[in-house]
Design a protein around this ligand. Structure first.
Ligand code: NAP
Length: 249
């Protein structure tokens, strides 16, 4: 597995790029959205909670970044109508999409498979695995209109280090790495977009706190410190790195 940690502290320009981030209100998605805007990107903030989205929007505006856009979408319940509307809006507003980061995810239950709640299993697989596939598919026409688009699937250490009790989350993240591989094999040879899976590693976020309630958050890196490799892949400089699976830390 290749590490991108040499880019952890680096700054890359995303000037003029349009980047959609799912989970933009989450610990990592918010940090990455702010970092993308700071790097010059117009960020499409995708999330399910209007108030939280407004807060990230305001933070970007207050920091003087390009005016972001908001895409309110509950990924557990969105239908084809919602996805088509999003794709149409992106195309009408921007005429292309230069970056797509699938950061939204659900942790689900941390229980043995024997006791795993089946409706929770289905919801986690849907939000964490099926939705990134759907969003990539519906946004592909806009991604193709970019001269240098990058799609980043946010992965997890459980893919290459499976552990008991991670249930649907581990299965979804493992499947997501396969989804990336298939997109890349089917489309990358045509030159674009670039498809990456990136394991961000440990980050001090609500998901981490839920997964490790006994852990001292002060010992876990802030999500802001992990954004560099993602900015790199979304930038023109990232074009030097072919699609694949990477560790951010
Ligand atoms: N934190 C870590 O240590 C760590 C390690 C490895 C990988 N990751 C990965 O990093 C990514 C970001 O995770 P995080 O740690 O930042 O977790 P987080 O703070 O819990 O953020 C998860 C995001 O997903 C959104 N989301 C969940 N269900 C949704 C739905 N039905 N519709 C729309 N959005 C939904 C949440 O929305 P709300 O804000 O509305 O709740 C939130 O914005 C995830 O893909 C995670 O698997 C995290």
């Amino acid at each position: 597995m290749t590490s991108l940690k040499q880019h952890l502290g680096a700054a890359f320009s995303l000037d003029g790029r349009v980047v959609l981030v799912t989970g933009a209100t989450g610990g990592f998605g918010r940090a990455l959205s702010l970092a993308c805007a700071r790097a010059g990107a117009t960020v499409v903030l995708c999330g399910r909670n209007g108030k939280k989205l407004d807060r990230v929007y305001d933070e970007i505006e207050a920091a003087g970044g390009p005016r972001p856009a908001i895409a309110t979408l509950d990924l557990a319940t969105a239908t084809a109508v919602d996805y088509d509307a999003l794709a149409r809006t992106i195309d009408a507003e921007f005429g292309r999409l230069d970056g797509l980061v699938h950061a939204a995810a659900l942790l689900g239950d941390r229980t043995p498979l024997e006791q795993y709640d089946v409706p929770t299993w289905c919801r986690v697989l849907h939000v964490n695995l099926t939705v990134p596939f759907i969003l990539t598919q519906v946004l592909l026409p806009s991604l193709r209109k970019s001269t240098d688009a990058a799609v980043v699937f946010v992965s997890s250490g459980v893919v290459h280090n499976p552990r008991p009790f991670w249930g649907a989350y581990a299965v979804a993240k493992t499947g997501l790495a396969s989804v990336r591989e298939l997109w890349a094999q089917e489309l990358e040879r045509a030159g674009r977009p670039r498809f990456y899976s990136v394991n961000p590693g440990r980050m001090r976020t609500p998901m981490r706190a839920a997964a490790y309630p006994g852990e001292d958050p002060a010992t876990v890196p802030a999500p802001e410190s992990v954004c560099g490799p993602f900015l790199y892949l979304l930038s023109a400089a990232g074009g030097a790195t072919a699609g694949g699976y990477f560790d951010a830390q």
